[in-house]
Design a protein around this ligand. Structure first.
Ligand code: NAD
Length: 495
């Protein structure tokens, strides 16, 4: 059995980890650093540079040089071979990558390890896509020998900004399609979780990624992130994070009218119909929120339950929540790991207080979790609120913590209207054993992804993204490649 604690001590010892620009490992101009602390116990894991606008200029220049230089001569088959080598290297280093994420942002190790199908699948899917890029020959209405065709070209330098809740998958979803299409990347990880992204850059460099194709600038969102979003040398921004930051990025991008894709927040409904298979629905509905301690954009945090089965269903969800084991992510039996930071735990605790103040009833949890084994970390009990109404803040706002708000409903028309009455549109879940009901609801709910009798499924080949204020653009699937390509029309007069 793996001794994860011994491996953790060997992986991070509190030392400085440089950032990655133009194939070189650099300290950053200012000399300032950000501390990377383990949210499970407060231990210092490492320090990373607090990159600024000057570092960002250097990274964007390196990405441009690579885009115009030897990288532009790589054939699709060479880019494919590179992605396949990176996939191999990821497979060999998978346990270290997962351990790094668990230490840096708290996700239970069993969950990080379980993401291999998705992450390795992404690298291999985009390797396949690299050799499928093609334009069209188009018959035009001009007389004579005039030919028109299109070619698909890489969009250029891509600025990628990611949050802290899934660094491995979050960064690969930005980098792999860039390599497949021939773009170059400047990636700004979250200041809360940069370490695994630096490890990813090292693995890719060792697998043969040319200098400048990927640059990682660590730093604050308001400093390094803002500099990237407004940089005139960047052709596209791909962003995952909160809706408020997405709005700031869309505004900053107007300077050079760069393309923007936004994967933002949500307040996703899960609808449990009266004919649902309750045994199946209880654990899935609960874990739709409690996985990763609720720090998931697609959390099904508004749980609509048909009134006929509501009390029984919620009693079972509350039991399920109360039996989850809270602990450090490094322990293999942990269900609920820490919250990323004291600030985020305080924010969630504000909602734990707001629920009862606004009239909700605590069915499970409702407090911070505290025990000698959790000292130094930030933990919140998995919480279930009953007697919630649509106007309460816990039913309207994204909490990004392990908090379920239960809402009874009477008719399908009513639940569709209430489920859609949100500015967000990222995901939804439906539980019903009646195919017609499930089918109709799936079409009527406004969301980028709808799962029936399941939740959470995300696959490299299936597009993922939001509608309304959950953003625009798609990651995954063939659509994702199009986000990194421009179309050029070429006319040839052979007369
Ligand atoms: P955040 O918006 O605070 O930060 C995300 C990233 O943006 C970080 O790297 C941060 O440094 C950077 N940033 C912050 N301010 C910036 C600015 N002014 N300009 C440029 N960059 C800036 O989000 P978070 O708290 O790290 O993550 C949680 C949020 O992310 C939640 O709202 C969650 O729903 C969302 N999220 C969405 C998805 C999705 O796929 N839709 C996935 C994961 C997380």
């Amino acid at each position: 059995m793996t001794d994860w604690k011994a491996r953790a001590a060997a992986l991070y010892d509190g030392s400085f980890r440089p950032m990655f620009i133009d194939g070189a490992w650099c300290k950053g101009r200012s000399g300032k650093v950000i501390e990377a602390r383990n949210p499970a116990n407060g231990d210092l894991l490492a320090t990373v540079p607090q990159g600024d606008a000057v570092d960002m200029d250097a990274a964007v220049a390196a990405a441009r040089k690579a885009f115009l230089g030897p990288w532009s001569k790589f054939t699709p088959f060479e880019r494919q071979a590179l992605l396949l080598r990176i996939a191999e290297a990821f497979e060999q280093n998978w346990e270290d990558l997962c351990l790094s994420d668990t230490l840096d942002m708290g996700m239970p190790i069993q969950r990080t390890l379980g993401n291999s199908r998705r992450v390795l699948g992404m690298l291999r899917f985009y390797a396949g896509q690299a050799v499928t890029i093609h334009g069209q020959t188009i018959q035009n209405s001009f007389p004579g020998e005039i030919y028109s065709s299109t070619v698909r070209e890489p969009i250029g330098v891509v600025g990628a900004i990611i949050p802290w809740n899934a660094p491995i998958a979050g960064s690969i979803w930005k980098i792999a399609p860039a390599i497949a299409t021939g773009c170059t990347v400047v990636l700004k990880p979250s200041e809360e979780a940069s370490l695994t992204v630096l490890m990813i850059a090292k693995i890719m460099q060792e697998a043969g990624l040319p200098d400048g194709v990927l640059n990682v600038v660590t730093g604050l969102g308001t400093e390094a992130g803002a500099a990237l979003a407004q940089h005139p040398g960047v052709d596209k921004i791909v962003f995952t994070g909160s809706t408020a930051t997405g709005q700031a990025i869309a505004r900053a991008a107007t300077g050079n009218l760069k393309h923007v894709s936004l994967e933002l927040g949500g307040k996703s409904p899960v609808i449990v119909c009266r004919d649902a298979d309750i045994d199946q629905a209880v654990p899935v509905a609960a874990m739709s929120v409690f996985a990763n301690s609720g720090q998931i954009c697609i959390a099904g945090s508004r749980l609509f339950v048909a009134r006929e089965i509501h009390d029984e269903f919620m009693r079972r969800v509350a039991d399920y929540a109360s039996n989850l084991k809270i602990g450090q992510g490094i322990e293999t039996d942990t269900d609920i790991g820490p919250i990323i930071s004291a600030r985020q735990a305080d924010r969630i605790a504000g909602y734990l207080a707001a629920g009862p103040n606004e009239g909700a009833k605590v069915l499970a949890g409702g407090n911070r979790a505290d025990s000698p084994a959790l000292q130094g970390g930030h933990y919140i009990q998995p919480t279930v609120f009953g007697d919630v109404t649509d106007d309460m803040s816990i039913a309207r706002e994204e909490i990004f913590g392990p908090v379920i708000s239960a809402l009874p409903f009477d008719t399908l028309d009513e639940v569709v209207e209430r489920a859609n009455a949100t500015p967000y549109g990222l995901a939804a879940g439906i539980f019903s054993t009646h195919l017609g009901t499930a089918h109709k609801l799936a079409h009527r709910i406004k969301a980028g992804s709808v799962w029936v009798n399941m939740y959470h499924a995300i696959d490299p080949v299936v597009p993922f993204g939001g509608v309304k204020m959950s953003g625009y653009g798609r990651e995954g699937g063939i659509e994702h490649m199009q986000e990194y390509l421009d179309t050029k029309a070429i006319w040839i007069n052979t007369d």
